[in-house]
Design a protein around this ligand. Structure first.
Ligand SMILES: [Mg+2]
Length: 224
């Protein structure tokens, strides 16, 4: 299956009513779609290719958009979308890397994705896969978790240029980030960009901004 963005949005709608957080609109669909449609070098026929790019969904409590894109791009059957969170379904309320083809990490405990992404980026660098990139999608609220701060500081200092973060910013953080989200990455030596979550060309430009010798963050903004 390889379908359009509009068709993929319809796929996402098939999952929303059954997930644990039914009030969550799959607003991350635009960012995940642009990554899989235009940016990531991944192939459902070569799931374990060591040179592949890695996408890590840190905000695993909102998997609808992710599952829809995985179906649209041929990683999982679209029929699975109708079974989400059923007892026998591979698609849980949080993604399970042992059950869902193409899912790189099991996630849902917030604040884990970025530290894991740092480790994957280090591993790729250490093993010589210099063209493989890591993209981690985090929510703005999960940046309240302290584990992110340590990962950001380390990645900036280590110059992890193969690491990319996408912050899905819907203004939901309890604590917030004085100075703005991007500035908090900037002070640790990251490259940063901001884009409207619904503007696919702007997202694509932000995701593919050159950032030699440093990691890169895209703050993708949306407002309810
Ligand atoms: Mg949020």
């Amino acid at each position: 299956m390889n379908v359009t963005f509009e068709a993929t949005r319809e796929l996402a709608r098939r999952t929303v009513s059954d997930v644990r957080h039914p009030d969550l609109d799959p607003y991350t669909l635009d960012a995940i779609w642009v990554l899989y449609d235009r940016v990531l070098r991944v192939d459902p026929q070569r799931l374990r290719d060591p040179a592949r790019d890695r996408f890590l969904l840190s905000k695993g409590h909102g998997p609808s958009a992710y599952y829809a894109v995985l179906a649209a791009k041929g990683f999982i059957p679209a029929a699975w979308l109708d079974t989400i969170a059923h007892l026998e379904s591979p698609l849980g309320s949080h993604p399970d890397a042992t059950l869902v083809p193409g899912v790189e990490i099991s996630s849902g405990s917030l604040g884990h994705g970025l530290p894991l992404g740092v480790g994957v980026a280090l591993g790729l660098r250490a093993t010589g896969f210099h063209d493989a990139r890591v993209f981690v999608l985090v929510g703005d609220a999960e940046l309240d978790e302290g584990s992110n701060h340590e990962a950001m500081a380390f990645a900036g200092t280590a110059g992890l240029s193969n690491l990319n973060v996408v912050v899905a910013d819907n203004g939901s953080a309890s604590l917030g980030w004085p100075g703005g989200i991007a500035s908090r990455f900037d002070v640790h030596g990251w490259s940063s960009a901001t884009a409207d979550m619904t503007d696919h060309d702007a997202l694509h430009r932000a995701f593919t901004t050159a950032h030699p010798d440093r990691p890169h963050v895209t703050v993708a903004t949306t407002r309810p």
